[in-house]
Design a protein around this ligand. Structure first.
Ligand SMILES: NC(=O)c1ccc[n+]([C@@H]2O[C@H](COP(=O)([O-])OP(=O)(O)OC[C@H]3O[C@@H](n4cnc5c(N)ncnc54)[C@H](OP(=O)(O)O)[C@@H]3O)[C@@H](O)[C@H]2O)c1
Length: 249
């Protein structure tokens, strides 16, 4: 049975994707911080799909956490066929007013852990000649984001790293796919102090798009025509429009 490791697999997009992957016969290995939610999500998947879903507690914003997670799975002989770097956080506001510790932890989670997990699992996948890494970026990856500057920059990192790695891995049998959703109606928005807008899709819709991205195996996947069309506007104009919307002016 193939396994899919999903960071942030207990809520939002990650939780919905765990169900989609389980429905396609993958055994989910869920990673998050909250033990209760981990156990509940794993139990729900076991009951619904009759699959031995696993739950692993880890705080991926901690230095060295990616290596510890990788070694734990190796010790327990849990193979990973698909790695989904999904866990992420963001913060809205004037950049200088957002606590340094919050955005340091955000970069550790959104970027450093994503890169380290990718490297560690990619080595094994290359040795086996197969495997897929799905990195969840955002439409934020394509432009600067006034009033969410750190988050947008962290997602640009995810996109850039994923595209470069996809090129390096050509011919190895290993694929890197970067999925870039627009706004998704999850707990992320309240945690980020961000407002839901009319373009938001559900976590279930995002999970279906993410699964489609996995199947297509192209380096970058934007789920909606609406989002693709938005990229036709020059980057500088998009930045100014976004700043006006966020300022409410
Ligand atoms: N929602 C959106 O509008 C949107 C749009 C574009 C892209 N995205 C991206 O999609 C991904 C998923 O977002 P979402 O909306 O599904 O978020 P969410 O509903 O807030 O879920 C986040 C998940 O990540 C886990 N997590 C958070 N911090 C963690 C840490 N330090 N270590 C390990 N796990 C951690 C959470 O569990 P614990 O709290 O228990 O750790 C939870 O399972 C993120 O990368 C986000 O940037 C979201």
């Amino acid at each position: 049975m193939k396994s899919v490791l999903i960071t942030g697999g207990t809520e939002g997009i990650g939780r919905a994707l765990a169900s989609v992957m389980a429905a396609h016969g993958y055994r989910p290995v869920l990673v998050a911080r909250n033990r209760e939610k981990l156990e509940q999500a794993a139990a729900e998947i076991k009951a619904a799909y009759r699959l031995p879903a696993l739950a692993v507690q880890a705080d991926l914003s901690q230095p060295g956490s990616a290596g510890r997670l990788y070694r734990k799975l190796q010790e327990e002989k849990i193979g990973v066929d698909v790695l989904v770097n999904n866990a992420g956080v963001g913060f809205c506001g004037r950049s200088w007013e957002i606590p340094v510790a919050d955005e340091e932890a955000m970069v550790m989670l959104n970027d450093a852990a994503m890169m380290s997990l990718t490297k560690l699992f990619a080595r094994d996948m290359v040795a086996r000649g197969e495997g897929t890494i799905l990195n969840i970026a955002s439409m934020a990856a394509f432009q600067p984001g006034p009033y969410m500057a750190g988050y947008y920059a962290s997602k640009a990192f995810v996109l850039s790293y994923s595209e470069a790695l996809a090129e390096e891995l050509k011919g190895t049998g290993v694929h890197v796919v970067c999925y870039c959703p627009g706004q998704v109606d999850t707990g992320f928005l309240a945690k980020a102090n961000s407002r839901r807008n009319f373009t938001a899709i559900t976590a279930e819709q995002a999970a279906v798009q993410a699964y489609r991205a996995l199947q297509r195996q192209r380096p970058v996947y934007i789920g909606r025509l609406f989002d693709r069309a938005g990229l036709l506007l020059p980057r500088g104009i998009r930045k100014i429009l976004l700043a006006r919307i966020k300022r409410g002016g």
